[in-house]
Design a protein around this ligand. Structure first.
Ligand code: SAJ
Length: 414
């Protein structure tokens, strides 16, 4: 069997390389430089295990800028961003991929959509786009198999997690299940395409709403004089409670966006929309903690530790650091950003010592393990101020306080 994976991003490329352990795979991307680099043996981003897998499957994998007609199976893994002007999914890339596949599609081929989409998209957009190539719906199979992998553990999760496959009909679901069974060790459940689309959006919306709840608990704890980081583990001892961790907001390409894909299809989204707003409000809340520390000195210099959207990854998509930096700059602060995982991050300087030199306040926005190892004594030598706001409860408070710092942790009202 020959597989063509369209979209070589954070999920598409690892998935394509996993398929290449079993099949001939052509990976397609509109970014010519990415295609050239891959054909010359260079990976476009970091992901644990990916270099080793790439090396192993090089003979079975090639990259191209357009789908090949030789494939029997096509998998679409293109981005589905939010069109911010109208708050609905921008399905341009999915439509373009389906139309390009439609041009080369043969009878009996299988097309699988992995991209996260609003309910109904597989049936109402993917199928008609494929049909533009000349075949009709009865001549090919279509299924939706939403990805469930978390960046930083993509390979382990693609292989290990259970999956849901929704077919436009039973045959399509069974064929798609067979395809994924080559690489997925978890259980693969079959359903219809729209249910599979809904399931994916429910998963990320569930996480967003639960993070919002943790963030609201953090704000309440500050008001009532309690440390939420003491309270959460105690609440989580209840067998049916699992409170997540508060933070400066929710980032990443999925959780910030997917709840809106549900909202665009319904008016029954009150809780979902409020949760989004709560999470979006956290950058301003953290800035409020900073302003309290700096006692209104709006000319102070702030050093942000962490540009990535979450711990120990180099991914800055939808990072809460960006709104925080914008708000802080608008308030008059000079802001520097340091992130050891994000070398290309546009804000200079990126070296820690230079970033903190003569700074008045440190603000931890990402819980990178590396930040737990930062030496507070060294920071005290370099900085002018002694204020720290830790929005991820990452630093060892005692050692920073012994070095003379005044540490404020998000959610600690004591
Ligand atoms: N976060 C918190 N508190 C928490 C957990 C997370 O503030 O307790 C923040 C993180 O710092 C980050 C954001 O939420 O900014 C999202 O991080 P995440 O680790 O929860 O999720 P993602 O976006 O990296 O990956 C999610 C996963 N979905 C779920 O866990 C339901 C992943 O399984 C999906 O495959 C992925 O979205 C996707 O592509 O849809």
């Amino acid at each position: 069997m020959s597989v063509c994976v369209v979209g070589l991003g954070y999920v598409g490329l690892p998935t394509a390389l996993l398929f290449a352990q079993h099949h001939e795979v052509v990976g397609v991307d509109i970014d010519e430089s990415r295609v050239d680099a891959l054909n010359q043996g260079t990976l476009p981003f970091e992901e644990p295990g990916l270099p080793e897998l790439f090396e192993e499957v090089r003979e079975n994998f090639s990259a191209a800028v357009a789908p090949t007609e030789d494939a029997d199976v096509y998998v679409i893994v293109t981005p589905t961003p939010l069109d911010q002007t109208v708050d609905v999914a921008d399905l341009t890339a999915v439509r373009a991929a389906a139309e390009a596949i439609g041009d080369v599609l043969s009878p009996d081929d299988l097309v699988v959509l992995e991209s996260t989409v609003p309910p109904g998209t597989t049936e109402r957009l993917v199928v008609p786009s494929l049909e533009l190539g000349g075949l009709s719906r009865e001549q090919f199979d279509v299924a939706h198999c939403p990805e469930r992998a978390i960046p930083g553990r993509t390979l382990d999760e693609v292989v290990g997690n259970d999956r849901v496959v929704g077919g436009l009909d039973v045959d399509a679901a069974l064929r798609a299940r067979e395809l994924y069974a080559d690489v997925v060790e978890g259980t693969i459940r079959t359903t219809d395409a729209t249910t599979a689309e809904f399931v994916k959006l429910m998963e990320n919306t569930h996480r967003d709403v639960n993070i919002a709840l943790a963030n609201e608990f953090a704000k309440i704890a500050e008001e009532i004089g309690v440390n939420v980081h003491d309270a959460i583990p105690l609440a989580n001892e209840h067998p049916r409670v699992d409170v997540l961790s508060p933070g400066p907001g929710v980032g990443g390409h999925c959780i910030t966006i997917d709840p809106r894909f549900l909202a665009q299809r319904t008016d029954s989204d009150r809780l979902i929309s409020v949760a989004r707003d709560v999470n979006d409000s956290m950058a301003a809340h953290v800035l409020g903690l900073v302003t309290d520390r700096l006692r209104g000195d709006h000319h102070a210099t702030i050093t942000v530790l962490g540009a990535a959207y979450k711990a120990d990854v180099g991914d800055t998509r939808e990072t809460p650091a960006l709104p925080f930096v914008k708000l802080a700059e608008n308030a008059g602060y000079e802001v520097r950003v340091h992130d050891p995982h994000v070398s290309e991050f546009a804000v200079e300087p990126t070296e820690l010592d230079a970033a903190v030199l003569e700074s008045d306040c440190l603000v931890v926005l990402t819980g990178h393990e590396a930040f737990a190892d930062v030496d507070p004594e060294r920071m005290a030598e370099l900085m002018d101020g002694r204020d720290v706001v830790d929005a991820r409860a990452t630093l060892d408070r005692e050692s920073w306080e012994s070095a003379g710092f005044d540490v404020r942790v998000l959610g600690d009202g004591r």
